[in-house]
Design a protein around this ligand. Structure first.
Ligand SMILES: CCCCC/C=C\C/C=C\C/C=C\C/C=C\CCCC(=O)SCCNC(=O)CCNC(=O)[C@H](O)C(C)(C)COP(=O)(O)OP(=O)(O)OC[C@H]1O[C@@H](n2cnc3c(N)ncnc32)[C@H](O)[C@@H]1OP(=O)(O)O
Length: 234
């Protein structure tokens, strides 16, 4: 018997649907109107009219990945989806551009910067050395038993701290190490709070830490060393 067949009345059904939607991670805006401090804000090229449309497409892609993950589709649906994806691949392949011109991950004024590798970080407040915000890992990031995959969490920390490490006019740095401590299960489909901050900045070395919380519970924390690149260093 599936969990849904177990449900007895309408209240329980609506609770299950609500929980399913939460698990799917749907309804996360790719754009939002909360102002963020200059240190974190918008760097997208002005006049790039495609960016909103592209951000909307990426939001759809995020939802799609959650639906794919959650579904147990019949074989006709799988075959139809395979064919559709193949068609889209063939349409996009000739549009490939060099890295510097790609849109995926380069739309820095969008929360999530127009990528799907890690969940959308919504920065709500920032200063030169700190960023605060929220994130919700959708069903796509499920590891097992309702917990976020252990590999998705450092990826997310790198996203937040990598950006903070290079903010406020600082020259580009690269992650030298990123240590993650998993303090308690990180739940899928739940709004989590994030704080990232500078611990120190000496010479080329920037040490930053971050914390991911569900309510008052610390789910995971990380420390990263970001080393400023020398001129000409790839
Ligand atoms: C990152 C730029 C991205 C640009 C993208 C552009 C547009 C996209 C739009 C928006 C982007 C928005 C957000 C970005 C989101 C995420 C960013 C993620 C960033 C990354 O994900 S980036 C990929 C992973 N990353 C690597 O691919 C690094 C591979 N690696 C190296 O490239 C070198 O390894 C390097 C450069 C790190 C250092 O090399 P190096 O030769 O320049 O310097 P050296 O080795 O001398 O180290 C200097 C001092 O750091 C100490 N040190 C070094 N490593 C250490 C360690 N592990 N533990 C403890 N101490 C360490 C030394 O001990 C010495 O310390 P001291 O001076 O005290 O002796």
């Amino acid at each position: 018997m599936t969990p849904r067949e177990n449900v007895r009345n309408a209240d329980e059904i609506s609770t299950v649907i609500r929980d399913d939607n939460a698990m799917l991670g749907l309804g996360i805006p790719e754009r939002h109107d909360v102002p963020v401090a200059e240190s974190w804000a918008a760097l997208v090229k002005p006049g790039d009219e495609n960016s909103t449309e592209y951000g909307d497409m990426i939001a759809q892609l995020r939802d799609f990945l959650n639906y794919v993950t959650a579904a147990r589709p019949d074989s006709d649906t799988v075959a139809a989806l395979r064919d559709d994806l193949e068609r889209w691949g063939r349409r996009l392949a000739p549009m490939a551009v060099p890295e510097r011109d790609q849109m995926f991950g380069h739309l820095r004024d969008l929360h999530g910067r127009g990528q799907t590798m890690s969940p959308t970080f919504v920065a709500t407040e920032a200063d030169r050395d700190n960023v605060w915000g929220t994130v919700r890992f959708g069903r796509y990031f499920l590891g097992g038993n309702g917990a976020v995959h252990g590999g998705a969490i450092p990826l997310f920390f790198d996203e937040v701290l990598g950006r903070l490490a290079n903010s406020s006019g600082r020259r580009h740095s690269r992650t030298a190490y990123l240590n993650t401590d998993y303090r308690s299960v990180t739940p899928v489909g739940v709004d989590l709070t994030v704080h990232g901050w500078f611990v120190s900045e000496e010479g080329r070395k920037r040490v930053l830490r971050a914390e991911l919380r569900s309510g008052d519970v610390v789910c995971a924390e990380a420390e990263g060393l970001f080393v400023r690149l020398n001129p000409g260093q790839p």
